[in-house]
Design a protein around this ligand. Structure first.
Ligand code: RFL
Length: 408
């Protein structure tokens, strides 16, 4: 078998070709580089785009520990903010769950995903790593043998081909890795039938907690990102255009659904980013197909209700790096054989919790407003009220919530 260091002699080849310079791909790249395994990252977007794409913000303690273990946590230690409280709001009032005092007594670190990606990228490049930006992977071929190839198109639209011993598909849900899976791959998918208008406001957080509001007009969410920037979510009709509502309408709607007249005003500011998010979840099984391995959103997508996606991406990247190093450096293929099974346990646990969160926060789409479906809607509304009441009053429920909200 080709030694992992022999790949350096060939043009456009690396022991591990990583698709995607996101959280999963860059964590993996850094860990392989630290272990002396040669790798290259192929990224469709520009460097500027990956460093400014605002998405996640809540890092679980386990994720922070992984990043600390590998010397990748300097930025988040300096600028990340601790967070440990959720506030649930309903027509009956509000209650706070201080989850940092429940369950394992840990807390989140709020650190914008684009800052984490910037840190990971800087560390990788400073250590001599290679990222080919504006290089789109088109497909992964010959994955059933020991020399898979990745077909690419570069910034000048020139075709190319990369050879590897392993290809790590960290290119998200719509990437080339998923498109290249053999027919034996199983896909599990759930459309939750719920749509969010996701907003980023240049406005300080209005609460010192994550705000989850259940309202007859639909769900609204509040999540701090930095002292100057806040993410808001509004459940909306599927098919709504992201720019359909004026800023004033958005703030009025947020006021109404977050019960601002009763519970205190929201700090307004310009909406600097907006997008439509259809709440969907899926999982690909297994995560290994010969010499193609999946991690991050490419392996499984979660609805953003429980803030798990970026956290799973980091954990999977660490497991994958360990397994690849065992195989390529120490000649032990065992961890790579177990990689998929190990990840799937975490993935399904996270799927289960985020599915529960979707059901807690939204009326199911099939329950309409009239007739039999009206009765069904009121049944589900009462169920959600009962769940909220259990969270408000029952310590075992609260511990369960904290354990799942923070852990993986
Ligand atoms: P990424 O970060 O999307 O990176 C994939 C990279 O692959 C590139 N790419 C390609 N490159 C080459 N060739 C191709 N053919 C390619 N196709 C794609 C892309 O340009 C990109 O750079 O995936 P990764 O690394 O798997 O990381 C996953 C996380 O980004 C994602 O799960 C989270 O953002 C989910 N998520 C949250 N997760 C949390 O843990 N906590 C949160 O608070 C949280 N909030 C969120 C979120 C996701 C959101 N969106 C996207 C709906 C809030 C939102 C609004």
């Amino acid at each position: 078998m080709t030694n992992h260091q022999d790949f350096r002699k060939e043009r456009d080849s690396a022991a591990v070709v990583i698709l995607g310079a996101g959280v999963a791909g860059l964590t993996l790249g850094n860990l392989l580089q630290a272990a002396g395994v040669e790798c290259v990252v192929l990224e469709r977007a520009t460097r500027d785009h990956v460093q400014t794409r605002a998405r996640a913000g809540f890092l679980a303690p386990g994720t922070v520990r992984v990043l600390e273990r590998h010397g990748l946590a300097d930025g988040l230690r300096r600028r990340g903010l601790p967070h440990g409280t959720c506030e649930f709001r309903t027509a009956d009032g509000a209650f706070r769950l201080d989850y940092s005092r429940l369950g394992r007594r840990e807390q989140h670190t709020v650190y914008p995903q684009q800052d984490l990606v910037t840190d990971l990228l800087g560390h990788f490049l400073d250590g001599g790593g290679e990222v080919r930006f504006e290089t789109t992977a088109l497909g992964v071929e010959e994955t059933d043998g020991p020399r898979p190839t990745v077909t690419v198109r570069d910034a000048e639209d020139r075709p190319g081909r990369w050879r590897a011993r392993y290809v790590a598909g960290c290119d998200g849900r719509h990437g080339a890795a998923r498109d290249s899976l053999p027919p034996t791959a199983r896909r599990h998918r759930r459309d939750h039938g719920v749509t969010w208008l996701g907003l980023l406001a240049e406005a300080p957080p209005s609460l010192d907690a994550v705000g989850y509001a259940l309202h007859e007009r639909g769900f609204a969410g509040h999540m701090a990102r930095t002292p100057e920037v806040t993410r808001y979510y509004l459940q909306c009709e599927r098919g709504l255009a992201a720019d359909a509502w004026s800023e004033e309408r958005i703030w009025d709607e947020l006021d109404e659904r977050l019960y601002a007249p009763k519970l205190g005003p929201l700090l307004r500011g310009p909406i600097v980013q907006r997008g439509i998010i259809a709440l969907e979840s899926d999982v690909v099984e297994p995560l290994r197909h010969g010499s193609l391995l999946l991690a991050g959103d490419a392996a499984g997508l979660l609805s953003p209700t429980a803030a798990k996606g970026a956290n799973l991406a980091v954990l999977e990247a660490e497991l994958l790096a360990e397994a690849l190093v065992e195989d390529l450096v120490h000649g032990d293929p065992g961890p790579l054989e177990r990689y998929s099974q190990r990840c799937l346990r975490n993935i399904w646990r996270a799927q289960e919790f985020s599915h529960w969160m979707v059901q807690l926060l939204h009326a199911p789409s099939e329950s309409g407003a009239s007739g039999a479906s009206g009765e069904e809607a009121s049944y589900h509304a009462a169920l959600r009220a009962s769940r909220i009441e259990a969270l408000r009053t029952s310590r075992p429920h609260q511990d369960w919530f904290a354990e799942n909200y923070l852990g993986l």
